[in-house]
Ligand binder design. Structure first.
Ligand code: 6PG
Length: 241
């Protein structure tokens, strides 16, 4: 019988609020590079899972300028939309244009989700790709207006049991496209560190629900060490509204 991962250990959230988006992004870049430095010094490899959507774009652009050993970085994706690889709405394409095409990470170390193959086939393939990784070093995640993260949506399977597959096929997603692939909540929680990046007034209600203890999908990401939430201060104020 699989255990619900966070049935008794509620998600530990550390909220880091910043007065401007630029300050938040600068802090996020510094934290990512610090996590990389730690991983490279201890394990000679840095395995990072990228967030999709638009929030991380400027963080990725800033990483172009980083002074780091790119040859030891291994890139994974928290989720992907079932679109052609070069489609403008692909999370892998956003990351490539903003960052990955501009740095010397070996292409064999950039593991895009082959979502163009369809959700079910791609999920099965990605399960194999991540199966050899005991723990990611860092998982980056965004927050949707409905409280989703990666492609884990309300009223959908979150994969938050200990026997959940690492990658799941998502159909009828409320955020287009309806077919996606997502790492499961359990797999996303198997990381030394998890960082949420939350910006934009449209996230206000989701943040309010989250801080009030609602079981939004983002709350299902519950590594033992807890999660870091990098958030605009304006989203933390007057939550009573
Ligand atoms: C996706 C993302 C998704 C995203 C949130 C926030 O594929 O859509 O993985 O989880 O992180 O929807 O999106 P924005 O950053 O665009 O607000």
């Amino acid at each position: 019988m699989a255990l619900i991962m966070n049935n008794d250990a509620p998600q530990q959230c550390r909220w880091h609020s910043y007065s401007t988006t630029a300050e938040l992004e600068r802090a996020a870049v510094q934290s990512i590079l610090y996590a990389a430095q730690q991983a490279l010094s201890q394990r000679e490899a840095f395995r990072i899972v990228l967030a999709g959507g638009t929030t991380p774009r400027r963080v990725y652009e800033s990483l172009r300028e980083a002074n780091t050993n790119w040859s030891a970085w291994h890139i994974y994706f928290g989720d992907e939309r079932c679109l052609p690889p070069d489609h403008a709405e692909r999370n892998s394409r956003m990351a490539a244009l903003a960052w990955l095409d501009h740095v010397a990470i070996p292409s064999v170390q950039i593991h895009a989700i082959p979502a163009e193959l369809g959700a079910d086939i791609a999920a099965a393939k990605y399960r194999q790709i991540v199966s050899g990784i005991e723990q990611f070093d860092l998982v980056l995640l965004g927050l949707g207006e409905d409280g989703h993260t990666a492609s884990l949506f309300p009223e959908h399977d979150l994969g938050n049991t200990t026997d959940a597959p690492a990658a799941i096929a998502v159909h009828s997603a409320p955020k287009p496209p309806s077919d996606r692939v997502s790492l499961s909540a359990f797999r996303l929680s198997t990381s030394r560190q998890v960082m949420f990046l939350v910006t934009g007034q449209s996230k206000r209600q989701a943040v309010k629900d989250w801080r009030n203890g609602a079981s939004i999908p983002a709350a299902a990401i519950a590594p033992d060490i807890g999660v870091e939430i990098y958030i605009e201060a304006a989203l933390m104020n007057n939550l009573a509204q």
